[in-house]
Every structure is written in structure tokens, then in C-alpha cells.
Design a protein around this ligand. Structure first.
Ligand SMILES: NC(=O)c1ccc[n+]([C@@H]2O[C@H](COP(=O)([O-])OP(=O)(O)OC[C@H]3O[C@@H](n4cnc5c(N)ncnc54)[C@H](O)[C@@H]3O)[C@@H](O)[C@H]2O)c1
Length: 269
């Protein structure tokens, strides 16, 4: 049964809009921001999953308005912005919806590349444009969920190029909108065990154990790690931080002990 949507109309509370909220990272971010006192505009194109997630999380349901929207469709995004505005003062946009297509350049068609760019770069741009007036009025924040793929080559070229673009878009917003009091930052996760890995994990159950060895901290990132970073960047504790990209990757982008050992011939690594 579909959970009833709360009537949040007329509240003057601060609203955080989280795209891809039905996914594992989106859900963790929404939970954390709800705990921080935000009303949540929970956006996802998967309406069924969105309602299931809210049915399973009654605390979150009480402060969340589910908004079914395909963020790659400009008309949907316009409707999404109008609906979010009715909840209250939209002062935080978290561009979190994202996904990959082809694993290598040789397997990437033009259509794959365009699909990756549409979802991982063009959609965040559209969401920002649709809400920029609100963010200015409320001296708000944008947080873009990038990826370690933006700065290192780990496969999935269309996705990686789009995420690199997303980090640059973050800086563009920071520089142009700083004078309006709007901050923009990115969070760049390393591997996080989420539904995005489900098929791979079914075929290779030991995948996360194996990947752990590649991270300096010898573990992978949790959804809570990402949510904590978003909460910090959105908070006044980060009031002087804009245009930054915070790597939340258990050290992946810092380097690899194996390489340091090979180059230095030191077993200290
Ligand atoms: N999981 C990882 O290892 C990892 C690593 C680095 C970065 N990230 C990034 O974190 C973000 C969240 O990833 P996740 O692992 O939680 O993925 P996920 O697949 O669990 O969730 C993604 C959510 O986005 C939604 N979505 C997809 N396309 C959409 C669209 N067009 N409009 C609206 N919603 C849409 C999906 O329905 C899904 O609910 C993504 O931007 C991803 O690139 C994830």
C-alpha cells in the first residue's frame, strides 16, 4: 500500500531536495538531513521504490514529500521545482541521482555516452537552474555527488567524464553564485556497497572483500560516510567552504600502498 504523503504545505521550514532518494546513498543522505532538521523533497524516477523506501522508514516519511521525476527531463524538473517550493524554503539541492552505462571506451556508443552525460551532468545542471532562484533567496547550498571516477581511470568512461564535468560545474556555481551567498561543493565517493552494485555482487559475492585491499583504510565507504559529508558541507560549520570537492573514498584518490611499495622499494607501505 502506498504511504500517505504528509501535508507539509505552508511550513516555513527549510527544505532539502535530494535526487535519487530511493537509492541507498540518497536514502542515507535524506535520513541524515531529516535529522538535521530539514523537510525532504525526495526525488526519484522509480516511484514504486520511492514509496517502498518511505513505507519502510516511517520517521523519514513524516518529513518527506516523495516527488516522482526523471531528472533528465527538463519538463519533469520544472514540475519538481514547483512542487518542492510548495513544501517550504528550498535551501539545499543534493544532486545524487546517477548511474553508469558501458565499462570501456571501446564498448561505449555515442548513445551510451549521451545517456551518461544526460544523467550525471546535464540533469544536475537542469536541477540547479530550476532552483537557482530559491537558492539565492534562501542563501542556500548545492551539493553534487561526484565519484572517484572523476579524477582517476577506473572504467565507465561516459560516467567518469560526466562526473569530472560535475566537479567543474560545482566550481562554476561557486564562483558565479558566491556573491548571492550560495555555496556549491561536491562529495566524491569511492566504492559504496549499494544497489548499483547488486548485479555484480550477485555474480561475484567476494567483490567487496577483494576491493577493500585497494583502499588505504582497507575498507570501503558506507552510505553513512557520504551522508555525514553532505551534512557537514550543508552546515554552517562549512560556511567558508565553497567550490571544494571532498573525497570520501577511504584514501583511494590519495594513492595506493602497492604502487608506493613498488616505486620506493620500501616495505613500510
Ligand atoms: N555506489 C558507489 O560505489 C558509488 C561510488 C561513487 C559515486 N556514486 C554516486 O552516488 C550516487 C548514488 O549512487 P547509489 O550507489 O546510491 O546508486 P543507486 O542505484 O542505489 O541509486 C540511484 C538512484 O537514482 C535514481 N535515478 C536514476 N536515474 C534517475 C533519473 N533519471 N531521475 C531520477 N532518479 C533517477 C534511481 O532510481 C535510484 O533510486 C550516484 O550519483 C553515483 O554515481 C556511487
Amino acid at each position: 500500500m502506498m504511504p500517505a504523503s504528509p501535508d507539509l504545505s505552508g511550513t516555513d521550514k527549510k527544505v532539502a531536495l535530494v535526487t535519487g532518494m530511493a537509492g541507498d546513498i540518497g536514502l542515507a543522505i535524506a535520513r541524515r538531513l531529516a535529522a538535521d532538521g530539514y523537510q525532504i523533497a525526495g526525488v526519484d524516477k522509480d516511484q514504486e521504490r520511492l514509496h517502498t523506501v518511505l513505507a519502510e522508514n516511517s520517521d523519514l516519511r513524516a518529513v518527506t514529500r516523495p516527488l516522482c521525476c526523471d531528472v533528465t527531463r527538463p519538463a519533469d524538473v520544472e514540475r519538481m521545482a514547483v512542487a518542492a517550493r510548495k513544501i517550504g524554503a528550498v535551501c539545499l539541492l543534493v544532486n545524487n541521482a546517477g548511474a553508469v552505462t558501458s565499462p570501456s571506451l571501446q564498448s561505449t556508443s555515442f548513445a551510451d555516452f549521451a545517456q551518461d552525460t544526460d544523467l550525471n551532468l546535464n540533469a544536475p545542471f537542469n536541477c540547479f537552474c530550476a532552483l537557482s532562484g530559491d537558492l539565492i533567496a534562501n542563501r542556500g547550498n548545492v551539493i553534487n555527488i561526484a565519484s572517484a571516477n572523476a579524477t582517476g581511470v577506473y572504467g565507465h568512461p561516459g560516467y567518469s567524464a560526466a562526473k569530472a564535468g560535475l566537479i567543474h560545474l560545482t566550481r562554476l556555481i561557486a564562483v558565479e553564485y558566491g556573491k548571492f551567498g550560495v555555496r556549491a561543493n561536491a562529495v566524491s565517493p569511492g566504492t559504496v556497497q549499494t544497489n548499483a552494485w547488486a548485479r555484480r555482487a550477485r555474480n561475484e559475492p567476494e567483490i567487496f572483500e577483494r576491493l577493500k585491499q585497494r583502499f588505504p583504510l582497507q575498507r570501503i565507504v558506507t552510505t553513512t560516510d557520504i551522508a555525514n559529508a553532505v551534512s557537514f558541507l550543508a552546515s554552517d560549520a562549512a560556511a567558508a567552504i565553497t567550490g571544494a570537492c571532498l573525497d570520501v573514498d577511504c584514501g583511494l584518490s590519495a594513492g595506493r600502498a602497492e604502487e608506493a611499495r613498488a616505486f620506493s622499494r620500501s616495505d613500510d607501505y
